[in-house]
Write a protein that binds this ligand. Sequence first.
Ligand SMILES: Cc1cc2nc3c(=O)[nH]c(=O)nc-3n(C[C@H](O)[C@H](O)[C@H](O)COP(=O)(O)O)c2cc1C
Length: 354
Amino acid sequence: MVWRGLIRPVVFKTTDPEEAHRRSLDLLARFAARPGAGVLRRMFCFDDPRLAVELWGLRFANPVGVAAGFDKNATAVATWEHLGFGLVEVGTVTRHAQEGNPRPRLFRLAEDEAVINRLGFNNMGADRMAEQLGRHKVGIPVGINLGKSKLTPLEEASADYLYSFQKLYAYGDYFVVNVSSPNTPGLRELQRSKPLAEILASLQAANSLNKPLLVKIAPDLDWQEIDTVLEMAMRYRLAGVIATNTTIGREGLVSTYRHEAGGLSGAPLRERSTEVVAHIYRETAGRLPIIGVGGIFNAEDAWAKITSGASLVQVYTGWVYEGPWMVRRILEGLSRKLDNHGFDTIAQAVGCEL
Ligand SMILES: Cc1cc2nc3c(=O)[nH]c(=O)nc-3n(C[C@H](O)[C@H](O)[C@H](O)COP(=O)(O)O)c2cc1C
């Protein structure tokens, strides 16, 4: 209420989306330690042991995470746990620091409850990300999302990913190969079997501690292309798949900015990403853990992803529209769902729809 009725209208009206984002991150970064952290916890956290998830030898206090791209440089990495999240994925980080595309490159499509971005992996690079992560102690699992630097040719992609992977290895609880952003020319070509195999083989060869390695896919792949990624995932013993990144589709939009180039996220992506989650769950008979992401705004949306096969979920656009109370509302809602269905743990709900 406070967010939708009071804060959001002012922020949306007066502040450029990218500027608003930068300011929010800077503000959040200040709440990493006491007493600010305690205040946030009282406002935004919700505990129910039944929502805890054990996966890949990690413990997640709840299944709701911060999606990649929100905290690209790990600026507020130590604050997310105080906002109620069960995991945070930082990045996308690339081997080389890069500016990204020219502005404007981030658009709010308020009537569609969506965002279009063509940021293009603006980030400070793997070296500085390592320094940043080295400075903080984080109480929830941290994923590190890796991308290819723009100046690196596609044929040299695997060495680029490998550099960041090795540089950041000590700091991540899990790692993600992002081959699905629409904003780096040619990147999505890397979802094909040969280039993907090369990247996965080289990272797994360097993965001495067997840390969970996942791949993040686009919602625009057809079923056959998704199955090719799944074969690769099995062959290279990936820990899971993140479904999905933003879409290049524009169906059904009404907002002024609907023709802007870039990746679309939020409500219009909801159904497609859930469909992709369900497909992966079915194809792998539930053997490959899935992180479901796309258009989650409330408990109902999160429940749909989980019951379609997602062990964990992530949010980005929903959090912008619904505000910082969203995670707590989702967790309370999931708790009620467990009561209603007579489940003892959230794990029992994973894939139960199928
Ligand atoms: C502004 C913006 C920047 C993003 N940047 C990244 C990124 O750097 N890496 C990535 O894997 N996904 C990125 N994403 C995609 C999100 O992680 C997520 O997959 C997608 O937005 C769908 O979730 P949502 O509908 O909850 O936003 C970005 C999304 C937005 C809106």
